[in-house]
Design a protein around this ligand. Structure first.
Ligand SMILES: [Cu+2]
Length: 163
């Protein structure tokens, strides 16, 4: 009986260990809206033909977006155009607050990380790029520039999703 209990607890410990290993991962870093439930929390890539309007956001080297917040309605598909009017590269990445924070930290470790994801724009000085996003949940969807140092200096904005 005792032996069985020991075996059972060993099996449990092994299961826990393997669960922990999975949760911790290998250190590989994935981008974008593929982070499980978070994908639906912030919405998802939209079809360009369904975009009901275009929102233009300017990034400058004072680490601010203009405007810093935009308002959309739930279910709306919006074309977001990011223009870099600064002298350095800027980005706009949509994500949950936790994702953006985690990702910004990863960027500090690996500044050369390339970004070409549906939820993310990376623009050179003078350049404009756009993405199309469908906002599906009422609340706030943060966006941020994940270029090293920019997030930490407050280069953060938000999309307010109204019912
Ligand atoms: Cu920036």
């Amino acid at each position: 009986m005792l032996r069985l209990a020991l075996l059972a607890s060993a099996a449990l410990a092994a299961a826990l260990l393997s669960a922990t290993a999975q949760a911790t991962g290998t250190g590989a870093h994935s981008h974008g809206p593929g982070h499980g439930a978070a994908g639906s929390e912030i919405g998802g890539p939209g079809r360009p033909k369904q975009a009901t309007r275009t929102v233009r956001i300017v990034a400058r080297d004072d680490m601010k977006y203009r405007p810093e917040s935009i308002t959309v309605r739930r279910g709306e598909t919006v074309r977001i155009v990011l223009r870099d009017e600064g002298a350095v590269i800027h980005e706009l990445a949509l994500g949950t607050a936790d994702e953006l924070k985690e990702h910004a930290a990863a960027m500090v470790q690996n500044p050369e990380m390339e970004h070409e994801e549906p939820n993310m724009l990376s623009v050179q000085p003078g350049q404009s790029k756009e993405l199309v996003w469908k906002f599906t949940k009422v609340g706030e969807v943060p966006f941020a520039c994940l270029h090293p140092g920019h997030y930490d200096n407050g280069m953060i904005g938000k999309v307010i999703v109204k019912p």
